[in-house]
Design a protein around this ligand. Structure first.
Ligand code: ATP
Length: 944
């Protein structure tokens, strides 16, 4: 086939690899054939010539590829349409195509040297497979596995042979999620488990003997030629074709069965009826072979190659009811290709720690030429009822090849998850009862597992940019796809109209598939023959199935085709004939597929994943980048958070600091105010006291003068017998002693001693003195009032402060208070105010007393001037006053003042005034002393 005219997806490069592809890392530890060992010697109960001869020619004898070639002319082509009918040219190999690279070429093939296949195992340098197991089997004279359908098996790897712990009778479907693990006892084999054996499963372990059996199976399947040389087994190229024969209990010993011979050892099916012929494939599975064996021989390698980066397609083809679904899905106890592939995929991931993988799965069906997404679930319409699904179309682009869109893809992380997803799709698949199958698949079902893988990034170091780079650089992402396809079965016209419609679509698509495959070969032949004439049209677009399979069929994928047949049938002769015809058709289809499909699959280009724009990047890369971005965002937000937290903390600190400062300021202001108030109060008090002193002085001066005058008068009156004691007036505040000057005293000697005169003498001086006293007292009163106001203000402020201050301030205040408490201070202040008030009252009383005294003296004065007794006193007073004045005017040196100074006799008014003043002074003195003591915390001395 030439790729020049065919539309090829560009996903994998179509150029063949330059060297041989690596084989699977299989530990070839065993040299015995488990399968062979477990099977009974091949012996036909009803030997036909053919079977007899094959029995003899089996393993112990050199293999002769003759029958295949011998049968070649008789191998008919697909009879579905007239154009495909025909037979291969006699002598011409059925395998017309070659696989990639250094595929070892079987001797019977044409001279082309085939490259090593990704599906092949190790080969000798000469290109021949080493059939170790076969040789060991031969040496041990193990009977041939070659068998006819009638041969009963005494052992069964998968369960029918007694190794499984449970009966496979009516097993639940594994894909429906009810499967349990199948632990097959292989201990009796005394064989080490190979490294890649299934050591995990969705539910546990699938370490079946069939799996281990597989490892050497490749070799035992090699054949020897007539000269005894080891031959490479057919089909170890990029395309594997296997045929599985379904057991048919009902048709036992029927004539049809006798016409068939299934030789799984030689991978050959021979038909001895009309159109007799031998059909040889890569694998032939007889009725005794279980699914594990089928998987191991037909799909295991392909799956592992897919994990290594190749695209792989496995599909089951066959007539309805022949076991396609059974082979692909299997049962709980006999898991099929799909669950076993899933198990292997995850085993591979576990065994490959240096790479990272991302798996996504989609599941679609082609039903009546329409594609349905089996994972999308029912679409609920506006009315709440299930509506039609969005139409899924097939598209093709240079990167992805042919693909269905829009199709739901689910990312899966475990075998269980993957199986669940597939089971979900499987439940959504259309099945119906038909004449041949109670649960017939009415659609082609395609499971696609996309495997993205990449070398694991080294531990990220350095900055984020470096980390980002290191996350996507190494090796790029490899993207490969494993397609597992369970085709609907070809069938005869059904009674039911719906089944008929389905059947016609199924048949049409299968026919197209056959045509494409047939034309692949024809095209190739023609292309070779008629170079330049152009290539034959390949009708990929005639059906959705072929369109979807186009990348695989056109050579971009490793392909494994499992054709299922059922030999023998019950019923009418026509039915039997029809059945045989279908079986033959399937066999011919398989032969053509084997011969015609050319695969030059190569590993997916690693750089593809890492390159291109973001949208075209592999999901693994996109996710890696996203992870990096998210990590960065996380880091940023963390940093931001930390920064914000720090800023918040700083802000909080600043605010706290500010609040503290404001509080301190307030406290300071309050303290200052208090101090100021205290100072004001003290100043006022000082002023007041000073005024008092001045007032006393002035009173002293005035009264001293008057007193001295009075003293003089008294002296003069009483007659010089009194002590010359200085008259002292003690200032209440300053304790200042004001001594009456001697000259004044002496001057007073000449004065008249009359009481009245003394009190009112000096022509109204007495009145003036009283006025001064009154003024002084009033001023004092005003002072006191101010002082009281100040104290009240202070008290108010102290109360306010005590309410508003915090306890600390309070305690501070309390500890700072001399009396040990603000409350005590307040109480004292209250008491002080009360005292002052009482003092005020006293003063008021004194003022009123003085005022009345003045009034009295005024009245007396007025009476005196009118010749009243008062006037006498006044005149006397005036006299003495005038004499006193004259004495004073004359000074002490006057010779007219010989009398010593005598204390003035106190009259009533003088006494009153003196007493009152004294009382006042005492009261003030007491108060001031008290206040001074109490407010010792205040800078009294400073104020003073
Ligand atoms: N190798 C086998 N061993 C035991 N039972 C089998 C085998 N192959 C098929 N069967 C049974 O035959 C029946 C039909 O098989 P299955 O549904 O797989 O056929 P099919 O090819 O998928 O049919 P269709 O195309 O109609 O879907 C099932 O009950 C299945 O269990």
């Amino acid at each position: 086939m030439s790729g020049t005219t065919l539309p090829r997806p560009s996903r994998p490069s179509i150029a063949p690899p330059t060297g041989p592809l690596p084989s699977l890392p299989v530990a070839k530890t065993r040299h015995s054939n488990i399968g062979v060992a477990q099977r009974t010697p091949s012996s036909s109960l009803l030997p036909s010539p053919a079977t007899a001869s094959r029995a003899v020619s089996s393993s112990a004898l050199p293999y002769k590829p003759g029958p295949r070639h011998g049968n070649s002319p008789s191998v008919p082509t697909l009879t579905a349409d007239g154009t495909l009918v025909g037979a291969t040219t006699p002598g011409k190999t059925l395998r017309k195509t070659v696989s990639i690279g250094a595929f070892p070429q079987p001797p019977r093939h044409t001279g082309r040297s085939n490259p090593g296949s990704p599906l092949s195992t190790s080969s000798t340098p000469g290109g021949e497979m080493v059939d170790r197991r076969l040789s060991s089997v031969s040496k041990a004279s193990v009977p041939s596995r070659n068998s006819s359908l009638k041969k009963p098996r005494t052992s069964n790897i998968g369960g029918a042979r007694g190794l499984l712990p449970r009966s496979p009778l009516s097993p639940p479907s594994l894909l429906n999620g009810s499967a349990d693990s199948v632990a097959v006892d292989t201990s009796h084999l005394s064989l080490p488990s190979p490294p890649q054996s299934r050591n995990s499963s969705p539910q546990g372990s699938y370490a079946t003997s069939a799996t281990t059996f597989e490892e050497n199976d490749d070799d035992t399947r090699g054949r020897t030629d007539s000269k005894g040389n080891s031959l490479q087994k057919d089909g170890k190229g990029n395309v594997l074709v296997s045929v599985r024969v379904r057991p048919d209990v009902g048709a036992k010993d029927s004539k049809q069965e006798l016409e068939w011979d299934v030789n799984n050892k030689r991978a050959m099916i021979s038909y001895r009826g009309k159109d007799a012929g031998d059909y040889t494939y890569d694998n032939v599975f007889d009725t005794q072979d279980n699914n594990a064996r089928v998987y191991d021989a037909a799909a295991k390698r392909l799956v592992r190659r897919v994990m290594e980066g190749y695209h792989g397609t496995v599909f089951a083809y066959g007539m309805t009811g022949t076991g396609k679904t059974f082979s692909m899905q299997g049962t709980a106890t006999n898991p099929g290709v799909i669950p076993l592939a899933i198990t292997d995929i995850f085993s591979y991931i576990r065994e490959t720690p240096h790479r990272e993988f991302l798996l996504r799965v989609s599941y679609l069906e082609i039903y009546n030429e329409k594609i349905h997404d089996l994972l999308a679930g029912p679409v609920v319409g506006m009315n709440g009822q299930a509506g039609p699904q969005e139409e899924i179309k097939l598209r093709e682009d240079s990167k992805r090849g042919v693909y269905a869109t829009p199709l739901k893809e689910e990312i899966v992380q475990s075998p269980t998850q993957l199986l669940r997803v597939i089971a979900r799709g499987d439940n959504a698949r259309r099945v119906a009862g038909t004449q041949f199958n109670a649960r017939s698949s009415r659609s082609h079902a395609v499971v696609q597992i996309v495997v993205e893988s990449r070398e694991r990034a080294p531990a990220p170091t350095g900055n984020l940019a470096n980390q980002k780079r290191s996350a996507i650089i190494p090796g790029g992402v490899r993207v490969s796809t494993l397609s597992l396809i369970d085709l609907a079965g070809s069938e005869k016209a059904a009674d039911n109209k719906e089944r008929r419609t389905e059947g016609s679509h199924i048949n049409k698509s299968l026919l197209t598939l056959g045509t494409v495959i047939a034309n692949l070969s024809t095209d190739k032949d023609k292309a070779e023959k008629d170079k330049g004439k152009g290539e034959k049209h390949l009708p990929y677009r005639d059906s959705k199935l072929t369109r979807l399979l186009q990348p695989a069929l056109s050579g971009n994928s490793l392909v494994s085709i499992l054709c299922t047949v059922q030999i023998g049938a019950t019923g009418s002769a026509a039915a039997v004939n029809s059945h045989t015809g279908e079986t033959l058709n399937t066999l011919k289809f398989a032969s053509r597929a084997k011969n015609n499909i050319v695969s030059h699959a190569k590993k997916a280009d690693e750089s593809m994943g890492a390159g291109g724009d973001a949208a075209s990047r592999a999901l693994l890369d996109r996710y890696r980048l996203e992870i990096q971005d998210l990590k960065k965002q996380l880091e940023d937000s963390k940093n931001k958070d930390t920064k914000e937290e720090e800023e918040d903390e700083l802000k909080r600190d600043l605010e706290e600091e500010k609040t503290r400062e404001i509080a301190d300021k307030q406290r300071h202001e309050e303290q200052m105010l208090e101090m100021q108030l205290a100072r004001t109060a003290l100043k006022e008090r000082i002023e007041h006291l000073n005024r008092l002193i001045l007032s006393s002085k002035s009173v002293g001066v005035n009264s001293g003068r008057s007193f001295s005058q009075m003293s003089y008068q008294r002296t003069s009156t009483v007659g010089h017998h009194m002590d010359m004691r200085p008259s002292s007036l003690r200032s209440s505040a300053s304790h200042a002693t004001l001594e009456v000057p001697q000259q004044n005293a002496q001057a007073g000697l000449a004065m008249d001693g009359s009481e009245e005169d003394d009190s009112v003498g000096e022509n109204g001086d007495g009145m003036a003195t009283q006025s001064v006293q009154i003024q002084s007292l009033q001023a004092d009163l005003a002072d006191k009032n101010r002082y009281i106001q100040t104290l009240e203000k202070r008290l108010m402020h102290a109360r306010r402060s005590s309410h508003s201050r915090v306890s600390m301030t309070l305690s501070h205040k309390l500890s700072g208070s001399e009396d040990g408490g603000l409350i005590a201070t307040i109480a004292e202040k209250d008491a002080e105010i009360l005292n002052l008030r009482s003092q005020l009252e006293d003063k008021e009383r004194m003022i009123s007393a003085l005022t009345s005294a003045r009034k009295k003296s005024e009245t007396a004065h007025e009476v005196g001037s009118d010749g009243s007794p008062g006037s006498r006193r006044t005149s006397s007073y005036n006299r003495s006053e005038s004499s006193s004045v004259s004495l004073i005017a004359k000074g002490p040196t006057s010779p007219t003042s010989p009398k010593p100074f005598l204390p003035l006799p106190t009259n009533n008014t003088g006494k009153n005034i003196e007493e009152m003043t004294r009382m006042l002074d005492e009261m003030i003195g007491t108060r001031v002393d008290k206040a001074a003591r109490r407010t010792s915390l205040m800078p009294v001395s400073e104020g003073r």
